[in-house]
Design a protein around this ligand. Structure first.
Ligand SMILES: [Zn+2]
Length: 258
């Protein structure tokens, strides 16, 4: 009986996909990636969620985060909340990026693609040489003082034991008048004990095995100010309309060198 039920369910699902394929979102009329995402899960069809990077709407984003699954990832471009939030700022910079120097840490593919098309002098950097063209230790950046107009560095500093040194280095290589766009996972309180090195204990304390702290916004901004940055905070709740459905839940810190 259960086998029959299973077969009926699979048949119903296949028939539904075939109908969707033919009549609702025929693949020959639309972007392949979008049509593939809807065919892989027809329940994605809807308008409640909006990705401001690839421009598509869905009923839901993909669930991410093992500890507490949340809807964060765009099924097409794989952007997460922080990328969609950051993209709003990148769009406002985009007309002015020609010839500007950009340093991008832990380069996310979706943003890398945008920067490479911007006409900027683009430097992607990571401690892992397989992940970027420039192998860079953020606590000892191998570039001259005052080198970059913009730095993008999302979800890196929570991995760095000497984050104060990293912040000083970011300040050093930024040009006067330049801005570093920074984001880290934030909690209500600072959680940090640098003597903890056990991955399981780090997972328990900081929600990821290779994190060394969870900041709160007060401590994160305090440390950046101590490195001489002047700050503006971009809070997701200030964006109206369609961007509400882009689920922008991360604060982006705009750290300026005056
Ligand atoms: Zn997208």
């Amino acid at each position: 009986m259960s086998t029959l039920k299973g077969l009926l369910s699979v048949t119903r699902r296949m028939a539904r996909k075939a109908l969707l394929h033919l009549f609702v979102f025929p693949f020959w009329t639309m972007d392949k990636e979008y049509s593939r995402a809807l065919l892989a899960d027809p329940d994605r069809l809807g308008t409640e969620r909006y990705c401001n990077i690839c421009g598509y709407r869905f009923a839901k984003f993909n669930l991410c985060n093992n500890r507490k699954p949340r809807e964060v990832e765009c099924p097409v471009c794989k952007s997460r909340e922080r990328h969609r939030h950051l993209y709003i700022h990148i769009c406002s910079l985009f007309p002015f990026l020609q010839g500007k120097k950009i340093l991008h840490f832990a380069p996310e593919e979706i943003l890398k693609k945008i920067f490479l098309e911007s006409g900027a002098q683009y430097y992607d950097a990571d401690i892992d040489p397989d992940k970027a063209r420039y192998q860079v230790d953020i606590t000892s950046i191998p570039f001259e003082d005052n080198s970059f107009d913009y730095i993008f560095c999302c979800h890196v500093l929570e991995h760095i034991p000497d984050d104060r040194k990293a912040m000083k280095e970011l300040y050093r290589v930024l040009k006067p008048g330049g801005t570093a766009y920074l984001a880290v996972p934030l909690g209500a309180h600072l959680v940090e004990d640098l003597s903890v090195t056990d991955p399981q204990e780090r997972l328990r304390l900081y929600h990821q095995e290779d994190h060394v702290r969870i900041y709160n916004i007060g401590e994160f901004t305090r440390r950046l100010k101590a490195a001489n940055f002047t700050l503006d905070l971009s809070r997701p709740n200030k964006f109206p309309g369609a961007l509400k459905s882009a689920k922008l839940t991360n604060i982006i810190v705009l750290a300026h060198k005056r």
